[in-house]
Design a protein around this ligand. Structure first.
Ligand SMILES: Cc1cc2nc3c(=O)[nH]c(=O)nc-3n(C[C@H](O)[C@H](O)[C@H](O)COP(=O)(O)OP(=O)(O)OC[C@H]3O[C@@H](n4cnc5c(N)ncnc54)[C@H](O)[C@@H]3O)c2cc1C
Length: 444
């Protein structure tokens, strides 16, 4: 593919397919929070999601636990509904998790329950639709160009909430953003979670080879050209692929891959292709060599590559790692969080420092929390748009903490609440009083 060849398109007429108060782009945890809050705030709202379901990483990777932190009112209600139907429960680990613990959930139920809450809030939903770019009028974002099977069209709106995780819409509108480690640009690993089914786990437990035998099996398979790991696959110590020393089994839960930028579609596609081809080889290898895996098969592939980090929009305040560890409070706080700084990005050859000591030293003190100010949702110059989720204004270390799903939904809820307030007051989001937004969410 050549990047430098350009053509000029003839001026294009685009159909205006909707007039909304608020368009929320992206239906992950942040987008769910934003859509529900904006709808409940009385704004005529549209949610645009590129997948065929909502949930973002929660349901696409899919993941299974909400980390232990505040999630805000929409999150609390969603969890309550999930628990009532037996699709979620608390998981305790007093040494590592803070009360009330993490929440294990069933991903398919999250898709449906979140969608029901969105529908009940009166929000229109457009699944299978990519939000392409911001549409600007009078120097402010006034809508979003979307693309789907119907072609390209415009959704006009008074406020846009960018909850795409990668800040696609803010970046297209010219918002300044940061990406990666300030020193070497590295990004957190992406993840490919595959399930291998039809395994006789009891037989494997009884007859399993030693760690060394499995490592040798995988090494030899690579040497003989029978197994091609995806480029950049991250190897825990010792050098292994894809073997999980903790579970003592082939790491069928997931491969961690470094050096992939989630905003580079070619790199993302290449990784997805490599992972799916490697899975095919892995199944053949398991069938031939591992007891209990004789009839194993590919059980499920993820709906998306798991992504943790990409653009961070520069807003009116940049939350820092020091704010996280020092439990900073703000007059215009709109969300609270206490998760530790969890960066999956060790330099090659080193393992992630997940010791209890590391966790304790990289989060607010016991019983305390840090706050996220409204200004982190407001781009420094771009008007008419709020950012929500893991792409808000922060440094890399703060992003390592606030990127967890409950916090992203809390931030999204704040963005949706603010968007509805801006519409009701007839102002743009940057003109709102952040303390009023905070009071509406956190209480006066
Ligand atoms: C492997 C992995 C493990 C993790 N483990 C945990 C965990 O155990 N617990 C936890 O709490 N957190 C965990 N996280 C972190 C968490 O899942 C994410 O950081 C969080 O989901 C981010 O929320 P978000 O709403 O900002 O973005 P996302 O969840 O990424 O959602 C963004 C949504 O926007 C959609 N979208 C993107 N671009 C467009 C576009 N242009 N147009 C339309 N739609 C678009 C996407 O399809 C997606 O649905 C994990 C993350 C990964 C990758």
């Amino acid at each position: 593919m050549r990047d430098n060849e350009m053509v000029t398109l003839a001026e294009q007429r685009v159909t205006v397919r909707g007039h909304y108060d608020v368009v929320v782009c992206g239906g992950g945890p942040a987008g769910i929070g934003a859509a529900v809050a904006a709808g409940r705030g009385g704004a005529r709202t549209l949610l645009v999601e590129s997948q065929c379901h909502v949930g973002g990483m929660a349901t696409s990777v899919p993941l299974s636990r909400f980390c232990d932190s505040h999630g805000g009112p929409v999150f609390d209600e969603m969890v309550h509904r999930l628990m009532q139907m037996g699709a979620a429960e608390y998981v305790q680990n007093p040494r590592r998790y803070r009360p009330p613990g993490r929440i294990a959930y069933r991903a398919e139920s999250v898709k449906a329950v979140a969608l029901k809450m969105i529908a009940e809030a009166g929000v229109d939903v457009l699944l299978g639709t990519t939000a392409e770019s911001a549409w600007l009028a009078d120097e402010a974002v006034a809508g979003v160009l979307v693309a789907n099977k119907g072609g390209r069209s415009l959704m006009k709106s008074r406020v846009v909430v960018d909850a795409t995780a990668d800040a696609d819409i803010a970046a297209s509108g010219g918002a300044r953003f940061l990406k990666g480690d300030p020193e070497d640009g590295r990004l957190q690993h992406v993840a490919f979670r595959l399930a291998i089914s039809n395994v006789d786990a009891e037989r494997y437990e009884r007859e399993k080879p030693s760690d060394e035998e499995i490592i040798e099996l995988l090494r030899a398979a690579q040497e003989d050209g029978l197994l091609h790991p995806p480029a950049g696959v991250f190897r825990l110590e010792p050098e292994i692929f894809p073997f999980d020393r903790r579970s003592g089994r082939l790491a069928l839960g997931g491969w961690e891959i470094q050096g992939v930028d989630p905003t580079d579609p070619v790199a993302v596609s290449k990784t997805l292709v490599e992972c799916q081809l490697a899975a095919l080889e892995l199944v053949q290898l398991c069938r031939a060599h591992l007891p209990g895996y004789e009839d194993c098969e590919i059980g499920a592939f993820p709906a998306a590559l798991g992504t943790r980090e990409s653009r961070r929009v520069v807003g009116q305040y940049l939350l820092t790692g020091e704010d996280v560890v020092g439990a900073s409070k703000f007059d215009d706080a709109v969300a609270k969080a206490w998760f530790w700084i969890d960066l999956h990005d060790p330099s090659p050859g080193k393992s992630t420092p997940y010791s209890l000591e590391y966790v304790q030293a990289h989060r607010p003190p016991e019983g305390d929390w840090y706050e996220i100010p409204y200004r982190c949702l407001v781009p420094e110059e771009l008007r008419g748009l709020l950012v929500a989720g893991r792409c808000v204004s922060c440094d890399r270390r703060a992003q390592g903490s606030l990127r967890i799903m409950p916090t992203c939904m809390f931030i999204g809820t704040a963005a949706g609440t603010a968007a509805a307030m801006a519409v009701a007051q007839g102002v743009l989001p940057h003109e709102l009083d952040g303390t009023e937004v905070g009071a509406a969410i956190l209480g006066a």
